[in-house]
Design a protein around this ligand. Structure first.
Ligand code: 5GP
Length: 114
């Protein structure tokens, strides 16, 4: 059995982080290294799925629940508009292999990504 992920340890209270919102199967925290004025993470409570591709194939309802939670935290903590990013694979910058979405908002550069 592998070690619990950093997000599981946060959920279990082993690592301090404020849980800013929660649904039955998911929770949201602030990213410790924000890359935007508002940078939140929405995360399934289970670490069963390593990335969004596995999640979409295995539990599309949970993926929809994550998107809904992203929408509500963006409404509460930003102006409601947001970017939703799932880094998928180390080459794309994924460092935690417990699927999570980055919710970026609060005044992003205009125009294209990047
Ligand atoms: P990834 O690089 O896997 O897409 O995203 C992982 C994110 O988790 C990173 O943006 C990183 O800053 C964030 N992160 C890593 N450790 C912690 C932590 O202990 N607390 C919080 N709040 N965020 C963390």
């Amino acid at each position: 059995m592998s070690e619990p992920s950093i997000f599981t340890r946060i959920l279990q209270g082993e690592i301090p982080a404020e849980i800013i919102a929660e649904t039955e199967n998911a929770f949201a925290i602030r990213d410790i290294h924000p890359q935007a004025p508002v940078h939140l993470l929405v995360i399934p409570k289970s670490e069963q799925y390593r990335n969004v591709v596995e999640l979409a194939a295995g539990d599309p309802d949970l993926l929809a629940e994550l998107v809904g939670l992203a929408n509500s935290v963006a409404a509460e903590h930003a102006d409601g508009d947001f970017r939703l990013i799932f880094n998928t694979g180390p080459g794309a910058g994924q460092t935690v292999f417990h699927v999570h979405a980055h919710v970026l908002g609060g005044g992003l550069p205009e125009g294209s990504l990047g």
